[in-house]
Design a protein around this ligand. Structure first.
Ligand code: NAP
Length: 256
C-alpha cells in the first residue's frame, strides 16, 4: 500500500519503520523540519516529500503530529484531501482527538482509523489499540502494518484508558527496568549485564503471561516459594506502595 506519514517523530517514525518491513508498502515521509525525515529515510527507505505530494500519492495518511499542531496540519491538508480523486483513509495517532473532532477539522466525514500505538512497534512488538471508522480500509491497514505488533480493536470511549496503559506504559516499564538495573549494580553487577538481565526478565515475563493465558497473580505465586526470598521482595514492594503507585501513575496519565 501507499502510506504517507505526516510527522516522522518518535511515534510516526516508529510506525514508518514497522511499515517499511512490509515489502509491498511504499512510504512517503513528511516532516516540518525535513532533516528528521531524511535521517529516517536513510534508515528505512521511502521518499521524503511535502504534504501535497504525500496526500496526493497515499491510500493511508498517518497523522503523527502532536495535538497542538493538528489545526495547522488540518488547514494544510484540508484542500488537498478535498481535491483527491483516489480512495484513502486517515490514520490518526493524535492523542485525545476523537474521530468526529478530526473529521470536523478536516471538513468532511472521511474514513478514519484512530490508533493508539506505542514505541515498541519499531521492533515488531507494539500494542496498537484502534477504533475503525473506515472498515473498507481496515484489512489493508492491518496488512500494511503487520510487522508492527499486536492489534486490538477497542471502543473509542476507552482510548484514553488504553493510551495510559499501553501508550505511556513503555516509559513506566523503562523506569522499572532502570530501577532493577540500579539495584543490580548496587549488588555488584556490571551496568550492561544488569540492564540485559532486567530487560530480558521483563520480556520473558510478559511473554509468559500472554502465551500461558494465566493470571499474573497466579504466575507471581509460582515464583514465591513459601518462606523464600521472592515473597520478601513482594512484601517490600507492598510496603512501599508499588501497586498503588502504578495504578495512580496510569490514572494520572489517563486524566492528564
Ligand atoms: N511517543 C509515543 O510514545 C506516543 C504513543 C502514542 C501516541 N502518540 C501520539 O503521536 C503523536 C506524535 O507524538 P511523538 O511523540 O511522535 O511526537 P514528536 O516526536 O514530537 O513528533 C512529532 C513530529 O511532528 C512533526 N511536525 C510538527 N508539525 C508538523 C507539520 N506541520 N508538518 C509535518 N510534520 C510536523 C515534528 O517535526 P519537527 O521535529 O520538525 O518539529 C515532529 O517530528 C502525538 O499526537 C502523540 O499523542 C505518541
Amino acid at each position: 500500500m501507499k502510506l504517507a506519514f505526516i510527522g516522522t517523530g518518535n511515534m510516526g517514525g516508529a510506525l514508518a519503520k514497522a511499515a517499511s518491513k512490509e515489502a509491498s508498502n511504499e512510504l512517503f515521509l513528511v516532516n516540518r523540519h525535513p532533516e528528521k525525515a531524511i535521517r529516517l529515510q536513510k534508515e528505512i527507505g521511502g521518499s521524503v516529500v511535502d504534504a501535497a505530494e504525500a496526500v496526493q500519492a497515499a491510500e493511508l495518511i498517518f497523522l503523527g503530529i502532536k495535538p497542538v499542531f493538528l489545526p495547522t496540519v488540518c488547514e494544510t491538508i484540508r484542500p488537498l484531501l478535498a481535491a483527491k480523486r483516489d480512495p484513502f483513509a486517515i490514520v490518526s495517532m493524535v492523542a485525545g482527538v476523537s474521530i468526529s473532532s478530526l473529521r470536523s477539522q478536516l471538513g468532511a466525514d472521511y474514513p478514519v482509523i484512530r490508533i493508539m500505538p506505542n514505541t515498541p512497534v519499531s521492533v515488531g512488538e507494539g500494542m496498537i489499540l484502534y477504533t475503525s471508522a473506515a472498515d473498507e480500509f481496515l484489512e489493508g491497514f492491518l496488512q500494511a502494518m503487520c510487522h508492527a505488533g499486536k492489534f486490538l480493536p477497542i471502543e473509542e470511549r476507552l482510548m484514553e484508558a488504553g493510551m495510559a496503559v499501553s501508550g505511556c506504559g513503555p516509559a513506566f516499564v523503562d523506569l522499572f527496568v532502570e530501577a532493577l538495573a540500579d539495584a543490580g549494580v548496587a549488588g555488584g553487577l556490571p551496568r550492561k549485564d544488569a540492564i540485559t538481565a532486567a530487560a530480558q526478565m521483563v520480556l520473558g515475563s510478559a511473554k509468559l503471561i500472554l502465551e500461558s493465558g494465566r493470571h499474573p497473580g497466579e504466575l507471581k505465586d509460582a515464583v514465591c516459594s513459601p518462606g523464600g526470598t521472592t515473597i520478601q521482595g513482594v512484601r517490600k514492594l507492598e510496603e512501599k506502595g508499588f501497586r498503588s503507585a502504578v495504578i495512580e501513575a496510569v490514572l494520572a496519565a489517563k486524566d492528564a
